[in-house]
Write a protein that binds this ligand. Structure first.
Ligand code: ADP
Ligand code: NA
Length: 330
């Protein structure tokens, strides 16, 4: 195909996607399937870097795939699959582990954050090398671009470093990928603490907007979002992080520019912005939830769609792995 290739993945860990996952990543995936040769996966190998109940993991993997389809991914326009269905990920992962410096891996800030939250003794070696597996995920497909949130930038840099290192040592093999991170939505913040990113693991319960929550719960979270003691609705992430986060979310969900929103709310209080945003959120999550449920109600169709995706993905992954193994001397 002549189209540039994109690859990205999402963890099946916590059931519902949150608004940061959607605005930071999944929304771009949907757009890019129209213009790119797109590969998207549910990264269940990454999920077990933290202990998982097997039945829950299996259910959450299906749930993640259903949510991706409900968000607008179309199996005829992209390749959607589950990471563990393509064994080449783990195989190339090993080769990449053997190219990565221990110090280099130790500098990954996401590992530092996640292991600090778990306690150093409980963090696994898998959690430590997870960015290296992610390197393999990307390089297997010779991806040109990787649509992710800002928190993944360092891992894409590691991917480029390792691709270059391999190419230099063994001959040109891998495409160097570029991050595809939108300035506007690369980082969506917690609604209660707009200094931290919205995240499954670090957010406050009231600050985390789960797309599968009851719409009225979501509306309530939006209405009780933390703003500031001022009254002016202006986009200013430094002085007004809470209001700016709400403006970003509303602008993206409704396709209205931030400048237009600032004008619309001139002379109006935060209540008006919050109540409009609550409505926009409800309009978005209501069909999303019912579509997700419909897909889950037909697990055979979902599983067969994922099996076809894995077959398409393997065709590409096997080719890259064979070339890599050959160059390494296997
Ligand atoms: P989490 O960070 O909540 O554990 P994942 O690691 O599964 O979620 O992330 C899936 C995708 O969502 C990644 O591309 C990540 O960069 C993006 N993402 C996660 N949180 C946010 C956020 N608050 N703002 C923007 N993008 C985000
Ligand atoms: Na993340």
């Amino acid at each position: 195909s002549e189209r540039p290739r994109v690859l990205s993945g999402i963890q099946p860990t916590s059931g519902s996607f949150h608004l940061g996952n959607y605005l930071g990543a999944v929304r771009q995936w949907v757009a890019l399937q129209e213009t790119h040769d797109a590969f998207y996966m549910v990264v269940d190998l990454h999920a077990i870097t933290i202990p998982q109940d097997p039945a829950e993991l299996r259910a959450n993997t299906r749930l993640a795939a259903a949510q991706l389809l409900a968000a607008g991914l179309a199996p005829e326009r992209c390749t959607l699959f589950v990471q563990s269905h393509v064994p080449e990920h783990a195989q190339l992962g090993w080769v990449m582990n053997c190219l990565t410096g221990f110090g280099e891996a130790s500098r990954m800030t996401q590992f530092k954050d996640k292991s600090a939250r778990q306690g150093a003794d409980r963090a696994t070696v898998g959690l430590f090398t997870y960015p290296v597996l992610q390197v393999a995920d990307i390089l297997l497909y010779q991806a040109d671009q990787v649509p992710v949130g800002e928190d993944q930038r360092q891992h894409i840099e590691l991917t480029r470093d390792l691709a270059e290192r391999f190419n230099t040592r063994f001959g040109p093999t891998f495409t160097l990928p570029a991050p595809y991170i939108l300035k506007e939505t690369g980082k969506i913040y917690d609604l209660q603490d707009p200094q931290i990113k919205m995240s499954k693991s670090a957010s406050t319960p009231k600050g985390l907007v789960n797309l599968l929550d009851e719409p009225k719960v979501t509306a309530k979270k939006v209405r009780s979002a933390v703003t500031d003691t001022d009254t002016v609705i202006r986009f200013d992430p430094v002085e007004k992080p809470g209001v700016s986060n709400l403006l970003t979310i509303q602008s993206t969900l409704t396709g209205t520019s931030v400048a237009e929103l600032e004008q619309r709310y001139e002379g109006k209080g935060y209540g008006a912005l919050k109540s409009d945003l609550a409505e926009a959120m409800v309009d978005f999550v209501t069909p999303f939830r019912s579509r997700t449920q419909e897909l889950l109600d037909d697990p055979e169709t979902l599983d067969s769609l994922l099996a076809k995706g894995a077959e398409k993905a393997r065709a590409v992954a096997a080719e890259t792995l064979a070339e890599t193994y050959d160059r390494v001397g296997f």
